[in-house]
Design a protein around this ligand. Sequence first.
Ligand code: FAD
Length: 478
Amino acid sequence: MTAVTLPPYLLAPLRHALDGAVVAPDDPDYDDARRRWNAGIDRRPAVIACCTSTADVVAALAFAQERGLDIAVRGGGHNPAGTSINDGGLVVDLSRMNEVTVDPQAKRARVGGGALLGQLDAAAAAHGLATPAGTVSHTGVAGLTLGGGMGWLTRKFGLALDNLESVEIVLADGRVVRCSTEQEPDLFWAVRGAGTNFGVVTEFVFRLHELDPVVHFGFYFFALDERRDVLRRARELYAGLHPETTVFVVGLNAPPAPFVPPELHFSPGLAVLAVSFAGPELLTELTGRLRAGLAAPLAAMETPMPYVALQQLIDEPNAWGMHAYEKGTYLTSLSDTAIEAIAEHLPRKNSPLSHVILMPLDGGFCATADDATSFGGTRTPKLGAFIIDVAPTAELEQADRPWVRALWDTLQPDAPEEESSYVNGVADYDDARVRAIYGRKYDRLAELKARYDPQNTFHHNANIRPALPAAGTPNPPA
Ligand code: FAD
């Protein structure tokens, strides 16, 4: 598609109003500014407003609204569905607003709306502190937190959004609001789960926790033939995990890492990634239980490492520039049928980079009440299953979509009743799916959407439709 080009005289007021740069299709850095993590996203906005302050965000929103331009908001640019960019509209780009300041006494971090996880992790770790986030450090704090935020620390400290104290948000009508459990509590509830629908968050304030700066990590790669036995053993581990540990099971091709024999590089199999946050003994105990009675892993590695290194461990296999698609589901448990579904489908993927991740959601994940936030999913113990299609070419990525969908469908009998998927693990956002994600919380969200964004200005997301307006009010755009 050819980019819509706004004549310079139309862009002049925006250039005048913003401290940050305004990037249009004729500018040399346009292609860089419209690039997203998923190389399959190729959209051409008319203008990208590279905001450097809350005032810039207010001005960019006003400019777009006065001219009827469609609005998209970019944090880290990671969303595989490309929800942070549009064709022919204005992008509010927060990537320059990435400052993180930590108050070690108060154990609190102030985080700009465009910061990346790695910036938050590093700033907190400098004081022996941390807050739960995701597993790839170049993911945006904003999109991740506004939908949930799951990672290595979820069993210990909950979701990223459970650790939010407040946010500063620019609403569709240009008002700048600080919300927390005391101020604008309804908005704060909505922001924590369906947050991309309610405005542009310019600052997050997170609660931080003390964390041993060194974690103990083990990686065990098993042959594909062993997958059923490994999954059954993982089920036993999940039934009694120590609160200071976590275990991810990943169906993947062996990484070309130094501890993997060269002849095994890129061969398909199943890996178990185990972490202890409280010393090497817990890892030894856990991996003893993992390995007892199983065939020996083809490759294994155990090492202490800084927590921030754990947070960057899988950055490289998830680098920018790949084509991607994903579907996630919750699983009540690793039942026999779920194990069989994963075991059956794992060998059928085409791209060596496509993978399936199982992540335990219990412990700290269950410490927050269901209704305390708008998070899409109940707080009963479960697993998060992410089926991710990643490939270096569009053709190979397309070839794995049926694989993703078939495995997702086969797992559905094991999904908990009345809750479906984690919003940040879904790349298809049709209305039915969004309703299924938020379940019984959807109607309250729709009421709040009608109150805070009645025209559906923020609609490049898992979209909550504003509750029906009073008779005579025009319908919001889709
Ligand atoms: P963007 O693409 O910039 O934005 C995503 C959405 O958020 C868009 O709708 C956008 O409009 C909105 N948005 C962005 N910034 C703001 C803002 N400041 N205010 C309001 N709305 C905003 N999730 C996990 O929970 N745990 C993981 O471990 C994890 N790992 C991942 C690894 C990879 C490689 C990828 C691609 C994704 C991963 N995710 C994970 C999913 C991730 O949380 C989502 O893709 C999330 O949307 C990314 O946020 P972002 O800010 O980078 O995205």
